[in-house]
Design a protein. Structure first.
Length: 272
């Protein structure tokens, strides 16, 4: 499942390749991934230029406008489980491509094997009402707000970090990596952690996300970037997917447990 770093990689690629280009075509062989009718979506976006792409957590919001900035419209894209957006030379869309954009001759495809992703017209690119339930972005949240949102929760710290209403963008992979680096067990109640530890978790979460962004994300199953290339952060993983293998810090065997319904890998010696 694409997480924040993968989504950031896609958002950057969209910005770099499409900013300033005009949307001249929009087709939807399977319009079910569009939240509004295709006709409405076309009317809102066609003949406008892509101005910018914002990201909040795992959501991207592409802003379009007419020349001079008139008549802005915003398309929120949520890749969910298996959504992909890419541009590939000579690519022939398969049956999993549900929406195809044409930017003045440059084709961009939305592909989604499981069709859980959504493309939604929203009224506000920075704080759409549809995201009112979603917490601040992990890379933007500041310490006082972080302490307020996380510090009083009695749930296991891992469950709190996975809760997108607390802060958005951390999924299973990066939570396990972050807690390993912070030396905290995933099962520890958030409220039992002191300020220094909460700060360290925030710092490590950002570090892991930024490193993963630099590597184009982590590839599992079916995430590829905008250019059809897999991310290569997987080689950097310290604990995720490594239960039973030796800890890269102390050499002891990594253990596995379940928190919030998710498999969680940790080092019994390095994480207390
Ligand atoms: Zn260890």
């Amino acid at each position: 499942m694409p997480e924040l770093p993968e989504v950031e990689s896609v958002a950057r690629a969209l910005r770099q390749n499409l900013a300033g280009r005009r949307l001249t075509g929009l087709e939807a062989p399977f319009a079910g991934v569009l939240d509004q009718p295709l006709r409405t979506t076309r009317r809102a976006l066609l003949d406008k230029r892509l101005v910018d792409v914002h990201r909040r957590g795992k959501y991207m919001i592409a802003s379009f406008a007419r020349d001079g900035g008139d008549d802005p419209a915003h398309l929120m894209i949520h890749l969910r489980m298996t959504g992909q957006i890419f541009i590939l030379d000579g690519y022939r869309p398969d049956k999993h491509v549900h929406v195809s954009f044409d930017f003045e001759g440059l084709p961009v495809h939305y592909r989604d094997v499981r069709k859980f992703g959504r493309l939604t017209l929203v009224e506000d690119p920075l704080a759409p009402a549809a995201l009112a339930h979603v917490g601040p972005d992990m890379l933007a949240v500041r310490w006082p707000e972080w302490r307020r949102r996380v510090g009083s929760r009695t749930a296991p710290i891992k469950a709190v970090l996975l809760d997108q209403g607390v802060a958005s963008g951390l999924g299973n992979i990066y939570v396990d990596e972050c807690l390993f680096l912070a030396g905290v067990r995933p099962t520890t109640p958030a409220a039992a952690l002191d300020d220094a530890t909460l700060r360290e978790i925030l710092r490590r979460a950002r570090q892991v996300l930024r490193l993963a962004i630099d590597h184009g994300g982590t590839t599992f199953l079916n995430f590829t970037d905008f250019y059809g290339k897999p991310g290569n952060f997987r080689r950097q993983l310290r604990v995720y997917g490594r239960a039973g293998e030796p800890c890269r810090a102390c050499g002891g065997a990594l253990a596995k447990t379940t928190v919030a319904g998710r498999t969680s890998v940790y080092c019994p010696d390095c994480q207390v």
